[in-house]
Design a protein around this ligand. Structure first.
Ligand SMILES: NC(=O)c1ccc[n+]([C@@H]2O[C@H](COP(=O)([O-])OP(=O)(O)OC[C@H]3O[C@@H](n4cnc5c(N)ncnc54)[C@H](OP(=O)(O)O)[C@@H]3O)[C@@H](O)[C@H]2O)c1
Length: 217
């Protein structure tokens, strides 16, 4: 699948790019700066010879040529970033990974006016875009380590077909995904990240995650 990762030069986006390129997807790193996108793509290709070739483009060009677009930018840049790619993503699936953290109080849940970051994305991009939320509880440090015990992934969205496709991408990235219901439910996965930040602090770790249990019954 042709996947563009907007803000893919950052920690979380680069990790997801690695996982999907390893699974054979055609991944494009998006950035505000072409040169930066190309540099990170080259780093990924050079450091991981076994992965499918990753390319780098400016955010708008990356979004234009992709079938599915992933957003991994800080919440402060969320709306501005969505506006720059709005035209390029019409009719497509957008996976929002954004957590509405408001520094310095990142261990306190912040609820945006729209209800959640994912709902905000839906409002900005319009009803022709299938917004799905996922990966908010997956620490970037675990993404670059194939052997790490990694968080389960809650996937929220209103389009069942798009949600199933994203669940497949979660599996391709080596994680266990769960259909967590409507896009409105994304506030729980987004808020859970602040809860995990508290747990990280308490235990002196960086990558606490979640695990869904009780499925054997
Ligand atoms: N880090 C994690 O472990 C983790 C885990 C789960 C969810 N998340 C969420 O994923 C998102 C990205 O996290 P991250 O840690 O990868 O962030 P990051 O490394 O700080 O930033 C990601 C990218 O966003 C772009 N960006 C940064 N500031 C911007 C601004 N003011 N305007 C426009 N673009 C800007 C930059 O790309 P360019 O300069 O190349 O344009 C940057 O490389 C956040 O919403 C975060 O809460 C992160």
């Amino acid at each position: 699948m042709k996947i563009a990762i907007i803000g893919g030069t950052g920690k979380e986006g680069k990790g997801l790019a690695y996982r999907w390129a390893k699974a054979g997807h055609a991944v494009t790193i998006g950035s505000r700066q072409l040169e930066k996108a190309q540099r990170i793509a080259k780093e990924l290709n050079t450091e991981n010879k076994e992965i499918n070739l990753v390319i780098g483009l400016q955010n708008m060009d990356a979004a234009k040529q992709a079938e599915l677009i992933v957003i991994t930018v800080p919440f402060a840049a969320h709306i501005a970033t969505l506006e720059t790619i709005k035209d390029a993503v019409q009719g497509k699936i957008v996976v929002d990974v954004t957590v509405p953290l408001v520094p310095p109080k990142v261990s306190t849940v912040h609820i945006p006016a729209a209800g959640s970051a994912a709902m905000e994305a839906q409002a900005v991009l319009g009803e022709d875009v299938k917004v799905i939320s996922a990966f908010q509880n997956v620490s970037y440090e675990k993404l670059m380590d194939d052997k790490a015990q990694i968080s389960d992934v809650l996937v929220c969205g209103d389009d069942p077909e798009a949600k199933n496709l994203v669940l497949q991408l979660v599996a391709d990235a080596g994680m266990k995904g769960f259909d967590a219901g409507a896009l409105q439910n994304s506030i729980v996965s987004e808020g859970m990240t602040s809860v995990l930040i508290n747990i990280n602090k308490k235990f002196g770790v960086h990558s606490a995650g979640i695990r869904i249990i009780g499925l054997e019954e």
